[in-house]
Write a protein that binds this ligand. Structure first.
Ligand code: FE
Ligand code: CA
Length: 506
């Protein structure tokens, strides 16, 4: 695959692309069945995405794109032609620039004589602007078989400025009960497998509608590749070289299906997706990748070579090794530098896994799950050091992964309830993926008094509203994911007041 890509790359560099571009597409049906999307808003632009679906000759297809200042697409302010290349699954990533800050735009594509539907997106406020508020939703964990992605209808109804997706956009394996629909094909390993899995997930109409309604920013967790993988180590002992080929296929398919900027294009098994994004002086997002660079999980199960485990911390010395990293040293340094330079009032650290310590051994002693930040306590302490050292204004950590709402105070020392709260944490429940029973979580709550709420009973998302005075989080709970149409209600609301770390019930 690499040599083929290098060959195409040199063709493009040698100027062969225009010849390919002029080949006439033979579009036998509507090629926009995977929808359209936008992402990564900045003050003068954003990324536009689509992928042509269907049967094609293996040639590049020219795709016209337009951005308009009005929904009727009368006042076109930017347009061009992009190349949907077969080597990238006929995906299109366009980055219009020179647009006005802090406003909504509309966009559409055309391939052959087929026009796509119109999508809506927006730019971010200017760097020095002081916007009154930022409204966004964050979500994670959408298992296709376990439910309809109906929470997105309610996200669309909330009309957020953006959606932050925090991992498990697809699942590689079939699990859980009460399936409402089925994966096609088995577990993906090849590029073709992952492409098919994304195409299946993107067939969900509510997911498509949410992508068409506002820009998204995204990060991945493990299931975009393989359960519980850590850097180059899968859980099942697949040889490193083969696993890196699998990771390269998975990352490439991820790029092909997400509204990611060109600079994030993967190079083999490497793909830098961590980044930051400002919302004037009000807020700044740090979108992290805690999968690609992490140290292997400490003390794996005796029957396995990799993957997560739940360990008695007294019996797993490796857990506390200060050399172990969750983000990799380069990303750690980048994050610390970015936090130091931030002039934003609210600093939103958007990433995959729960950060608050969660003791899974009722009573004396502590058991820790090694895949989340509990498995990387030295790295977590270094992040807290950075927050304190750089006097970061109002740090709020956003996470997913565990399929429950978790609301916590992030403590300098989790074993000392009197120690300083360094940040607030909100973990969203899953869009559909099933969770531990609430009864089990209830037995564990007393050992972690810094966790203000855990609720695994609902699927849904978190709606955030950030203003100078406070950040408000509404935990949005679906009545059901067993049918496309279902009600959504707010299970609980919390606020973090400016200058006062820690979530309080609203
Ligand atoms: Fe998940
Ligand atoms: Ca305990």
């Amino acid at each position: 695959m690499t040599s083929r890509r290098a060959f195409l790359g040199s063709l493009l560099a040698a100027g062969a692309a225009p010849a390919l571009l002029h080949a006439q597409p033979r579009l036998r049906a509507n090629p926009f069945t995977l929808g359209l999307a936008s992402g990564y808003p900045h003050p003068s632009g954003f990324v536009l995405w689509t992928r042509l679906a269907g049967e094609f000759d293996p040639v590049a297809v020219p795709v016209h794109w337009e951005v308009a200042a009005d929904e009727a697409m009368r006042n076109v302010v930017a347009s061009g032609v992009a190349e949907a290349h077969p080597d990238w699954a006929h995906s299109v990533h366009v980055e219009p620039k020179g647009l006005e800050p802090e406003r909504w735009y509309w966009y559409r594509f055309r391939a052959g004589d087929t026009q796509s539907p119109v999508g809506r997106t927006r730019t971010a406020p200017a760097t020095n602007a002081t916007p009154e508020r930022l409204k966004f939703a964050f979500a994670s964990c959408q298992h296709y078989e376990q439910g309809f992605f109906n929470a997105y209808r309610h996200i669309v109804a909330d009309a957020p400025d953006l959606v932050a997706f925090l991992g498990d956009y697809i699942y590689e394996s079939s699990w859980g009960r009460d399936h409402v629909r089925k994966h096609t094909g088995g577990e993906p390993y090849t590029l073709a497998d992952y492409r098919a899995r994304y195409a299946l997930y993107k067939s969900d109409p509510d997911l498509q509608a949410a992508h068409a309604a506002c820009p998204w920013i995204v990060t991945w967790d493990d299931h975009e590749v393989d359960n519980d993988y850590a850097d180059d180590r899968p859980e099942d002992g697949m040889p490193r070289e083969r696993f890196l080929e699998r990771r390269a296929a998975a990352y490439r398919a991820y790029y092909e299906h997400m509204p990611l900027p060109e600079r994030m294009k993967p190079k083999g098994p490497d793909m830098r997706i961590y980044t930051q994004l400002g919302w004037g002086t009000l807020a700044r997002f740090y979108l992290l990748d805690d999968r690609q660079y992490r140290s292997w999980q400490a003390c794996p199960r005796p029957t396995r070579r990799g993957g997560s485990n739940t360990v008695n911390v007294a019996e797993c010395e490796a857990l506390f090794n200060p050399n172990r990293s969750m983000l990799g040293r380069a990303q750690e340094r980048w994050l610390s530098g970015a936090l130091e330079k931030s002039g934003a009032r609210w600093n939103l650290i958007a990433q995959q896994t729960p950060m608050a310590q969660f003791d899974q051994l009722p009573g004396p002693g502590r058991r820790a799950w090694t895949d989340g930040w509990d498995g990387y306590p030295a790295a977590r302490a270094r992040l807290f050091d950075a927050l304190q050292e750089h006097r970061v204004s109002n740090p709020v950590v956003l996470g997913g992964d565990v399929h429950s709402f978790n609301v916590s105070e992030l403590k300098r020392d989790f074993d000392d309830p009197a120690s300083a709260t360094v940040a607030s944490e909100f973990v969203c429940t899953s869009i559909t993926s099933q969770a531990w029973a609430q009864e089990k979580l209830n037995t564990l709550m007393p050992d972690s008094p810094h966790i203000k709420l855990i609720d695994s009973r609902h699927r849904g998302y978190v709606r955030m509203e950030v203003s100078a005075r406070e950040t408000r989080a509404d935990l949005r709970a679906m009545e059901s994911v067993a049918r496309p149409q279902a009600a959504c209600s707010t299970a609980a609301s919390f606020v973090v007041e400016d200058g006062r770390p820690g979530p309080r019930r609203a």
